[in-house]
Design a protein around this ligand. Structure first.
Ligand SMILES: O=P(O)(O)OC[C@H]1O[C@](O)(CO)[C@@H](O)[C@@H]1O
Ligand SMILES: [Mn+2]
Length: 478
């Protein structure tokens, strides 16, 4: 009875809406932003439509993530006390109250307010917010949670979580998602053992493989990394989403679910680089990482294979500077995971850890941080917003973008037709040949064959949002 009353109050406080919300044009059309090559200005995804995946994410999944973050802080209370005494407990209370306020703003569709705490990216965020506001044509128009571009709102929420934490010293370096990321790693042990054992076995004979065998192995590691992307924690509202069965044995069964498969392009590109290596000794592959835990292991295994097969000589990784979309990799996660792998009591797993640490020491693996990855901007804005990062990416022979969020930022999260070429949807973002490796967890998808998307919609209405399908989508000269 009591619970029902609470639910009713909550529902009442939610904005009432129809399928087409009253603020008709809202912020979905951004005529001042880069257009597609055909001169088409595309609408961006927003949560204004009640049946959209974006709406359900903002309404259900994000409050759930905030509630979990609050709960995590609660559970660490005694740890904060042991570490910092009373000040730690006070800080925990403050962080919780800031997060509760944030949850309330979201659930009651309050205006999106500027960030207040000084941090490296605060001004850029607030400028972006002003820009969103300038796009509203109503006189009192303020961007709101349910009427703003979905990509912006979601990124903003994670940035506000970070603000709540940095406003609460001495616990200002606490990662509210760390526990769930670590849990994902521990729960995926069996799969991790199988992967590491497979890699180590292969490394012993890799020199003797002929072209075809090498290509087959390359395709296997790519697919392992693709399906590793199923394991993100933001889609499951922060609930555990680990890999309990061995992916290697399922690759054949999963192949029909790859909707765009440009693996051949990746092979041509890298094997040609390898053949020409006399001329340019460095072959650099950049990996824009997504989730920590099992997915990160699949990416590191791929990176190790690229070096061993000489398809690359240097791998550059890019992670997030702050906790992001629950499971995304920060430098702490990256180092923690390699340390755990090294300490494993399984001999092939620990051998991987030792090798990986060595790659880092020797400069064959390089980890980069850049705040751009946790800004709300789509990637075509990178040359203006983060020219240094763009210049860095230009040095790569190939850039692999892992995961769904990166795909949304590559394509601007716009409502492109399914058949629009990927090159066009990138809206001028071409730092180097690039490939998105992503399982579909958001409504956007481009570069499909005519009728392919419609057919899937007819047979499986949710094909775009459940992580069941995947793509290797390449753009660039070969
Ligand atoms: O970890 P990934 O693959 O980037 O997925 C992030 C998830 O977050 C979302 O933005 C939804 O919250 C989806 O796009 C996707 O489900
Ligand atoms: Mn992620």
């Amino acid at each position: 009875m009591m619970l029902r009353a609470v639910v009713l109050i909550l529902q009442d406080s939610l904005p009432k809406r129809q399928d087409t919300p009253p603020r008709s044009t809202v912020v979905a059309t951004r005529n001042d932003e880069p257009m597609g090559v055909g001169g088409i200005s595309q609408q961006v995804m927003s949560s204004a439509k009640t049946r959209s995946f974006a709406y359900l994410t903002v309404k259900d999944r994000t409050p759930q993530i905030l509630t979990r973050a609050i709960d995590t802080l609660h559970r660490h209370k005694s740890e904060f006390f042991e570490k910092h005494g009373e000040r730690g407990v006070e800080a925990e209370k403050k962080a919780i109250s800031l997060l509760s306020k944030l949850r309330n703003e979201l659930q009651t569709d309050k205006p999106i307010i500027p960030l207040v705490e000084k941090f490296v990216d605060t001004d850029i965020w607030n400028q972006y917010l002003e820009h969103q506001q300038s796009l509203l044509n109503e006189s009192d128009g303020k961007p709101r949670w349910f009427y703003s571009p979905w990509l912006f709102v979601e990124c903003y929420m994670y940035r506000r979580i970070h603000e709540a934490i940095i406003q609460s010293p001495p616990i200002d370096d606490f990662d509210v998602f760390k526990e769930s990321k670590d849990q994902n790693f521990f729960e995926s042990q069996e799969s991790i053992i199988a992967l590491c054992a497979y890699l180590q076995e292969l490394l012993r004979t890799v020199e003797d493989l002929d072209e075809n065998q090498l290509k087959n192995e390359f395709f296997k590691f790519l697919q392992i990394s693709l399906w590793g992307n199923k394991c993100d924690l933001s889609l499951s509202g922060g609930e555990t989403s680990s890999q309990k069965t061995s992916v290697i044995n399922s690759l054949g069964d999963l192949e029909p679910f790859i909707l765009v498969n440009d693996m051949e392009h990746l092979w041509s590109l890298l094997s040609n680089c390898k053949k020409r290596r006399g001329k340019a000794p460095v072959i650099r592959v950049d990996i824009v990482l997504d989730n920590s835990g099992f997915e990160l292991v699949t990416d590191l295994v791929l990176a190790d294979f690229l070096l061993a097969s000489k398809l690359a000589t240097e791998i550059h990784f890019y992670g997030k500077t702050i906790p992001w979309f629950v499971s995304d990799t920060t430098v702490h996660d990256f180092n923690w995971l390699i340390e755990q792998v090294k300490r494993s009591n399984h001999k092939w797993v620990s051998k991987c850890g030792v090798d990986w640490e060595n790659h880092i020491k020797m400069g064959r693996w390089v980890y980069h941080d850049h705040m751009f990855w946790t800004l709300p901007h789509e990637f075509c804005a990178m040359p203006q917003v983060a020219p240094d990062l763009y210049a860095d990416l230009q040095k790569a022979h190939l850039i692999l973008f892992k995961g769904d969020l990166n795909y949304r930022k590559l394509t601007g999260d716009r409502k492109w037709e399914f058949t629009v070429p990927f090159h066009q949807a990138l809206s001028g973002f071409h730092p180097a040949p690039l490939c998105s490796i992503r399982t579909l967890k958001a409504e956007i998808q481009v570069g499909l064959r005519p009728g392919q998307g419609e057919q899937l919609t007819a047979s499986e209405p949710n094909w775009r949002t459940q992580g069941k399908y995947g793509i290797f989508q390449f753009d660039g000269p070969l």
